[in-house]
Design a protein around this ligand. Structure first.
Ligand code: B12
Length: 295
């Protein structure tokens, strides 16, 4: 138990050690128990690890202090100024140019905290991917920069699409790109956006044949299949894939398609009763309507 606590609350020096055995004093054990109570009560661990047993007791007393043990002043780190979406994008681009994956990840995490997940997707990640594409086209960024950035963004979105506490009756959305569509970030973006809105997301990744998408949708009782179509805009096989998918899906499943090249398949999408969705914001509104049973 001490080992588990130590991992969370910092190392406690054992009173004595014999071989692999470590012995802790009564006070060490009390201190760890008090640290746990204090973190359970909402005190950040970084603010309290240095406190002694009497100070921790004082902190946990109903008055928050006790007469005989004045609490030492805790030096809180100075609050750093909040960066807006544009500043985060600029910082993220610097991290991409510097091939600094850790910094890019930190910037995305910062945005999730300061802007919220949904705004992060719409105002930072989507425009950032767009900018990376433009810089790549201009030759300012190389393929390696783009690959590395895509990997970080893809992993981050994968985490964002994982539900924290999902209601058992949450509607299910399957996200994928159809066969031949290798760009994955659009699908990962819609997966994260749907998850933020309380949908249970089954993320399949890129380039899936219609049979596989339909089978995943059936197995999970999906209400929506979201398809991202980014490149190319003129694949002669894709209309057939869309038709086949419609045939294999139950009528109750709505197909929503988006991405910069979805427009290129407008006729096949119309024929298969799929909804063409221009932006992530429209997608969010569409999901709300679908959840209310409006098709
Ligand atoms: C990352 C990337 C790659 C990566 C993909 C990695 C991965 N794991 O996905 C790699 C390196 C593999 C790659 C390869 C190529 N790529 Co590329 N790539 C990109 C980049 C930078 C991002 C792509 C992306 O995921 N976009 C998806 C989303 C984020 O953008 P979007 O389509 O505009 O979608 C928006 C909305 O529509 C919505 N959305 C997206 N999907 C969906 C789905 C639903 C249901 C809804 C509601 C909404 C929605 O979300 C987005 C945010 O607003 C783009 C640049 C760009 N601006 O997109 C180029 C880009 C798509 N690539 C391009 C090209 C040319 C290629 C290559 C041909 C390059 C080459 N010479 O090899 C190959 C093609 C590979 C292939 N066979 O398909 C061109 C395509 C040009 C065109 N006319 O179509 C682009 C636009 C770059 C450019 N400016 O030239 N690419």
């Amino acid at each position: 138990m001490i080992r588990v606590w130590e991992r969370r609350y910092g190392t406690v020096q054992p009173e004595r050690s014999e071989g692999n055995q470590r012995f802790y004093s009564e006070e060490d054990v009390q201190r760890l128990a008090l640290l746990k109570q204090a973190t359970d009560a909402g005190h950040p661990i970084s603010n309290i690890t240095h406190l002694s047993v009497p100070h921790l007791r004082a902190l946990l007393s109903p008055q928050g202090t006790s007469g005989d043990a004045p609490l030492p002043r805790v030096q809180l780190p100075a609050a750093s100024p909040t960066r807006n979406a544009e500043q985060l994008i600029e910082a993220a681009l610097k991290a991409v140019v510097g091939m600094d994956s850790a910094a890019l990840e930190k910037i995305l995490e910062e945005g999730a905290v300061t802007l919220g997940q949904n705004a992060l997707l719409l105002q930072v990640i989507a425009p950032l991917v767009q900018r990376i594409g433009e810089e790549w086209q201009k030759g300012t960024l190389r393929i390696v920069h783009e690959h590395q950035a895509s990997a970080v963004i893809r992993t981050f979105l994968g985490r964002a699409a994982r539900p924290l506490a999902m209601h058992a009756s949450a509607p299910v959305l399957v996200a994928a790109t159809p066969a031949g569509q290798l760009h994955e970030i659009g699908a990962a973006l819609v997966a994260a956006a749907a998850s933020n809105q309380g949908w249970r997301v089954v993320y399949l990744g890129p380039s899936l044949p219609a049979e596989e998408i339909a089978s995943a949708a059936r197995q999970n009782g999906a209400r929506v299949v979201a398809l991202s179509i980014v490149h190319p805009a003129d694949d002669p096989n894709l209309p057939d894939e869309l038709r086949r998918l419609r045939q294999l899906l139950p009528d109750s499943v709505t197909v929503v398609a988006g991405g910069r090249s979805a427009e290129g398949y407008r006729d096949a999408l119309f024929e298969t009763r799929a909804n063409l969705c221009g932006s992530l914001a429209d997608f969010s509104s569409a999901l709300d309507l679908l959840r209310q049973g409006v098709n």
